[in-house]
Ligand binder design. Sequence first.
Ligand code: PLP
Length: 450
Amino acid sequence: AQTPTQARSAAYRNDRAHVFHSWSAQASLDPVVVAGASGSYFWDESGKSWLDFASQLVNVNLGHQHPKLIEAIKAQADKLCTVAPYHANEATAEAARLIAQVAPGDLNKVFFTSGGAEAIENAVRIARHHTGRHKVLSAYRSYHGATAGAISLTGDPRRWGAEPGMSGAVKFWGPYPYRSAFHASSPEQECERALAHLADVLMVEGPHSVAAIVLETVVGGNGILVPPDGYLQGVRALCDRYGIVMVADEVMAGFGRCGEWFAIDRWRVVPDLIAFAKGVNCGYVPLGGVIISERIAESFASKVFPGGLTYSGHPLACAAAVACINVYRDEGIIERVRRLGDELIAPALDAIKQRHPSVGDVRGVGMFWAIELVRDRASREPLVPYNAAGADNRPMSEFAAACKQGGLWPFTHFNRTHVVPPLTISEDDLRKGLAIIDEALNVTDRYAVA
Ligand code: PLP
């Protein structure tokens, strides 16, 4: 039962009176007031705590309240809180140097933003000015952010409310072996057919008019879709053939989440631009950006780049990024993610799939996994319809409630739950969280063909 608003804390009352929340009908909200957090847990004002299997919005890669990040932000606050982006400063310069160091190939220059959507906006602007072309291709089942351009590139229902959107945005289907748009029956076939489809889209759109192909290297919010081997190489080859800028959206998949610095490193492909945010500094202070190849940066050597943001390269955010990248490197986080993904999460999810008729597919890499739920394994009918709300979404809301009851905060989207805990989670907590999900899936099994 809900407590009447009057009886709740000032934080709750002020929130309900004055905070306008994202992606929601405001009257339906009943937010948890987060009173504190530490490591892989956060808690409310009554002390009830949850194991954070969503890493908030898949950004607190090093967990909550990491002492080294806090220390770096405090030290920077004492030294220099903010400067205009036309100045240089130590924190921004060091963050850019470290990011260039861990980025693949000749991606050596960084344009900083305050988040992921702005990173995509600026990647698109760079690509358009570099090529002198206008169209931008992006995939269905993708999310690129909620600003005007980024939402137009987004291939999920979040775009619908912003249509008709940016001109020149064109969609294609990416690989998704479990629900193949190409009726493929193997990952190899999916790869080959997805690339042939993309080549066809380019042909009919006119490749000379295409500035960029923007894609999540591993699709995040739309289902942890790991591309089959060869796909990203094939996209790279098409971009090379037609002089198109390849933009890897690594906002969610980058900075260790996939057991690599950037997910694209897994396939040894070097894109022209990388959009990043989230894990670069775990969101302790908002930060994102675009990593730019030398070749593209060169085209702005004497030509003006027409873009900028008051907070580009914000010192507090960049100081947090420096600390964060040093922790990833010095504490072997990337290797740990790869090991736990292969040795703990993959076998645990396989076992969960065996046990639960409502589990249609499990897939992922590193600490980036999805459990896709179905009513019937044979037909693969989704447990809830695409973009379900209200009563239609009941099986998923009951699942989420069971997780929360068990002490775990899940990431759920449509007919999926994602396993995306902090990369620093202890092995015990990881096992505990998977056990809570295992138990909660008994709820979804009730809606599935046994
Ligand atoms: N790109 C991807 C792949 C994302 O997952 C997100 C956010 O979830 C964004 C872009 C947008 O980032 P932001 O919410 O920081 O604007």
